[in-house]
Design a protein around this ligand. Structure first.
Ligand code: ATP
Length: 334
């Protein structure tokens, strides 16, 4: 049996790290029928759309995507590709597991960080509802709904229960945004009440940022609205070694798109030095979604062994290996 998957290489370092992830997945022996869908600034400009039909048709058919970073041309009126994709396929949950990897030198060497971030993906300040009231006076609407808040809370708690996690922390600023973040919290509390076995905590986002830096090991599952989720995810990535190693998943009822947290990193694009770990670990999440658990565990273990050996680290983590050398080492482990 082979699984159809839409592979969007993207731009910048996207094609390099996507190639690495594809090699790693193929090396697990799981048969994937890769459908390549090109999406980058040139394709966006030539089709006049952030999400041209060939991309959306493929994802609607395969229901599973592995996506490299795509740069949306700025100042030309295009909607962000990621925002458009999340809205169009209703990918309401952004899930980012942030874990310490063996052999990666960080400021948090002696603590084991193992948290999973659940970020609401469809609303909040990302609704794009901005308005110039009069010249030089602008409003930007933060939209929070019961439907979306309850849905992400349910998703996070169900994951926590299924994965045997102990604690969910909802992050908010309800002391200031009493109505908007207040509603988000009410929904989180209602869902928490259905899971008495899981400890539920709330933290104001500024305090959460400080706690994450001071004692990151106290966090287990984090539940956040869209904007705080975006910022806290990058902060958390920094705790374990940076953007090069943190994977992500955008999950909906019917579709799932897996992608690294990092962007297209134009400064290192085309040099063959990007760290493909985030993209490879995103494909581990994809294998779990496809219920290929043994392949997922083998690929995760292969990456961890390469890190533990410390011989093939890429430059962002103090090594000298190229994207290809790192990938060769992972494939050799498999
Ligand atoms: P975007 O706005 O598209 O998210 P960005 O410019 O904010 O992008 P990234 O492109 O994610 O941020 O990268 C920021 C910096 O982190 C890059 O310039 C690059 O130096 C480094 N970086 C990101 N991803 C990787 C990677 N996979 N390997 C090595 N370095 C990386």
């Amino acid at each position: 049996m082979s699984y159809p998957v839409t592979l969007i290489p993207g731009d910048g370092i996207g094609p390099e790290v996507s190639k690495a992830a594809r090699r790693a997945v193929d090396a697990t022996g799981v048969k994937i029928n890769w459908e390549i869908a090109e999406l980058n600034p040139e394709v966006i400009r030539s089709t006049g759309q952030s999400l041209p039909p060939h991309v959306i048709d493929s994802l609607e058919k395969t229901c599973v995507g592995l996506k490299g970073p795509v740069t949306t041309p700025i100042g030309e009126g295009y909607t962000s590709v990621n925002v458009a994709l999340r809205k169009r396929l209703d990918l309401f949950a952004n899930v980012r597991p942030v874990r310490s990897l063996p052999g990666v030198v960080t400021r948090f060497q002696d603590v084991k960080i193992d948290m999973v971030i659940f970020r609401e993906n469809t609303e909040d300040l990302y609704s794009g509802l901005e308005h110039e009231v009069v010249k030089d006076v602008v409003t930007s609407l933060k939209v929070i709904t019961r439907v979306a808040s309850s849905r992400i809370a349910e998703y996070a708690f169900k994951f926590a229960a299924d994965a045997g996690r102990k604690k969910v922390t909802a992050i908010h600023k309800a002391n200031i945004m009493k109505l908007a973040d207040g509603l988000f919290l009410r929904c989180a509390r209602e869902v928490a009440a259905k899971y008495p076995q899981i400890e539920y905590k709330e933290l104001i986002v500024d305090n959460a940022a400080m706690q994450l830096v001071i004692r990151p090991e106290q966090f287990d599952v984090l539940l956040l609205p869209n904007l705080y989720g975006d910022i806290v995810s990058d902060l958390a990535a920094g705790l374990v070694g940076g953007l090069g190693i943190v994977p992500g998943a955008n999950m909906g009822e019917n579709h799932a798109v897996f992608e690294a947290v990092h962007g297209s990193a134009p400064d290192i694009a085309g040099k063959g030095i990007a760290n493909p770990t985030a993209m490879i670990l995103s494909s581990v999440l994809m294998l779990i979604h496809l219920k290929e658990l043994s392949a997922a565990m083998r690929l995760q273990a292969a990456v961890e062994t390469v890190y533990a050996n410390q011989k093939h680290l890429t430059r962002d983590l103090g090594g000298t290996a190229s994207t290809e050398e790192f990938t060769d080492a992972v494939v050799a482990q498999l």
